[in-house]
Design a protein around this ligand. Sequence first.
Ligand code: PLP
Length: 426
Amino acid sequence: MSLSSELFQRAQRTIPGGVNSPVRAFKSVGGEPFFVAKAEGAYLFDVDGKRYIDYIGSWGPMLLGHNHPAIREAVIRAAANGLSFGAPCPAEVTMAEKVAELVPSMQMLRMVSSGTEATMSAIRLARGYTGRDTIVKFEGCYHGHADSLLVKAGSGALTLGVPNSPGVPADFAKYTLTCEFNNLPQIQQLFAEQGNQIACIIVEPVAGNMNCIPPEPGFLEGLRALCDEYGSVLIFDEVMTGFRVALGGAQAYYGVTPDLTTLGKIIGGGMPVGAFGGKKEIMQHLAPLGPVYQAGTLSGNPIAMAAGLAALTEISKPGVYEALTEKTAQLIKGLAQAAAKHAVPVSFNQVGGMFGLFFTNEGRVSNYQQATRCDIDAFKRFFHLMLQQGIYLAPSAYEAGFLSLAHSAEDLKETIAAADYAFSAL
Ligand code: PLP
């Protein structure tokens, strides 16, 4: 038995499902997860000594590659001065200034310790600021596991929210309305009916949790216009897209400015960090300035701030996004050619360093319905054929793929050769 298998068996005795976050258990692709011993650059190494080219990058944070020396050294330096103060420290101020410089719509911001905390806090703030309870999200968009956000309305929009998970009270979920991503007329209709009660729209500006689905031209602009007309707060959840699709996030890429932004993943360089922020006028409603409560024992933690600052400093260097976008485009081109060679119908989406691979013959995928119509069985077989060859894709057909700056031309070539075999064997 492999060491990974042994660990998985042991883990299942004391950790529900053997994992600390469900997708890691490989349930949607079958088989067992491998356990990671170390990570370096574009690679993960499992406890049995096998190397994988990694296209998950810790689900997004590893834009610079794993174990980047600048981040590692910043963490070690900071750790020498203590691990947590529970009191203000200089790195928090530098971090806030750096984020505000890179994402100018975040005139004020607050650090938290995860993406979930960021979105949950932004929603509370939007509700407190507007004095309204109802929020709108989009089908297939994931914003972390806070109660308000674990809701989808099924296929019909404009219906009252139904909780996705037991444990979310229906009375609570009814304040979350769900619309179709990229369906502007539908949300316009919803606002025409009840816009005056809507506190906020929260959206992944590029959807990354139903595979990768970019916004159609005019969609984000349309959301902006609705929020302006009805006095609702527009929240861009850039936990995934922030510092990924462009240095200034999706809002810079598409030129649409939200009122509030949530960040996570890359902003911590691998440490548990999130942030939310936006217009001063809204952020001033947050405690201790205003009445909307939000707090965190480890928020602004000195080690996490050191890691985040080092990551943001590295990615601010010239040429980073050009290189990342080019590598991603090269990978997609090679994968598309390999699929075409074996007559496997696939479709790709790409925004900067984020991509999606869909097993479909419908052509371009632009909404949740299309994403869920894809051939999931083909994906599962493809996933395992790639894994056997040392290529680690997300173990779910509904996750985006991520490249890092550490992926070399040789890594891409190896990946495309593996895909050539996998497509031929499907
Ligand atoms: N928002 C988006 C867009 C995400 O992709 C995620 C996580 O994948 C979250 C929020 C939640 O972040 P975390 O897992 O750090 O709580």
